[in-house]
Design a binder for this molecule. Structure first.
Ligand code: ACK
Length: 223
């Protein structure tokens, strides 16, 4: 019998250490609590609820079943393009189980997702697959995404609205970055954590005054 090929995981990424996960969850939940009390947010509440006067509890609105992580390569157990080649990269094999620090520079909130933007270092970019930013991006958004620096999609999904898949967080982030680049920012509000801006259709972007760092392990994940 032939030796069995090693199975490919659902995805590879940096996973926050448990104590870091708690710290980030607390800090980001506090932000959500403040956000849904802001007048600027309430003005656009219908973009979340479909009704003008209805309040929304954002902490309940967003759910997250997976451990906090920043995906590098979604492999879907070998079904996605380049999954095997990625798993076999020397840099991937060498990085497995190694610790690394991620830097979160912004938070995003949309009617679909709640996420943290991750600024990858040059070393971390070696684990970021070529073309990963563009994967599954709608053709209309593609030219704007191609104009963004590689690694722009790097994020941690903090939560998704009911019925929304986590893959949406990276897509929402790209859309926001593209709108920002076109100078489409609206209302700006100063908050303790940084500057909050509104980008139409229920999209909010908080630029952190100070990046939030988190210790992680690079690893594969399978369910
Ligand atoms: O928040 P995420 O990066 O978005 O973490 C999850 C993880 O893989 C497990 O589902 C991400 N993911 C799912 N589908 C894709 C895809 N087609 N392209 C890139 N990332 C994906 C998801």
């Amino acid at each position: 019998t032939k030796p069995k090929e090693p199975e490919l995981p659902l995805f590879f990424g940096w996973f926050l250490l448990p104590e870091e996960e708690e710290r980030i969850k607390c800090a980001t939940m506090d932000f959500l609590k403040t956000l849904d009390t802001l007048e600027a947010f309430k003005e656009h509440i219908s973009e979340f609820t479909g009704e003008a006067e209805k309040a929304v509890d954002l902490e309940q609105y967003f759910q997250n079943p997976l451990p906090l992580h920043c995906t590098t390569k979604f492999c879907d157990y070998g079904k996605t393009e380049g999954a095997k080649a990625y798993a076999e990269l020397q840099v991937v094999k060498e990085s497995l189980a190694k610790s690394d620090e991620l830097s979160v520079t912004a938070l995003i909130v949309t009617p679909r997702t709640f996420g943290a933007r991750v600024a990858l270092t040059e070393t971390q970019m070696k684990l970021w697959p070529e073309g990963a930013d563009k994967e599954g991006v709608a053709p209309t958004l593609l030219p704007s995404v191609e104009a963004l620096p590689a690694g722009s999609r790097a994020h941690v999904t903090l939560g998704c609205a009911a019925g929304v898949e986590a893959v949406q967080t990276g897509l929402d982030l790209l859309e926001i970055l593209a709108l920002q680049k076109e100078g489409k920012e609206g209302t700006q509000v100063e908050m303790d954590l940084g500057t909050l801006s509104y980008l139409s259709e229920g999209r909010w972007f908080l630029t952190l005054r100070e990046p939030i760092t988190a210790d992680t392990n690079f690893s594969s994940f399978s369910e």
